[in-house]
Write a protein that binds this ligand. Sequence first.
Ligand code: ZN
Length: 155
Amino acid sequence: MLDELRELYQEVILDHGRNPRNCRKPADSNRHAQGHNPMCGDAVTIHLTLDDGGVIRDAAFEGQGCAISMASASMMTEMLTGKTQDQASALFDHFHAMCTKDDFDSQAIDEDPDALERLQVLSGVREFPMRVKCATLAWHTMSAAMTGDGDITTE
Ligand code: ZN
């Protein structure tokens, strides 16, 4: 990757890390889960508001941790609103593959290309296995909130 691109990507991560979006607890949220990444010290609580049809009407988080974990939670909550649980799970699967598989090809996936393109900025963690847990913590926790699994840890 070009150095300028790398810097640009970092700027996106730092911006979300510094000014996280949807960092709040919605009064009407009805799905919650807490996630911990003890290797790094990241902790997030995900709040989802699901309607009767299983569509995510609002997504928010609270927590603290490294810039990558906070940026990932911030970006994720921006993308979830309006998605069904199945769509949210599918996006998580793609994002997880992006962060762990060297041969991941986002072009091969026609579902939600905009979201995948934006998430690409976090895919640099692939080179740093410890950081994969930081990048995916919010997503694992979101998944636990949807399925009612409650608290999760990356260990
Ligand atoms: Zn972290």
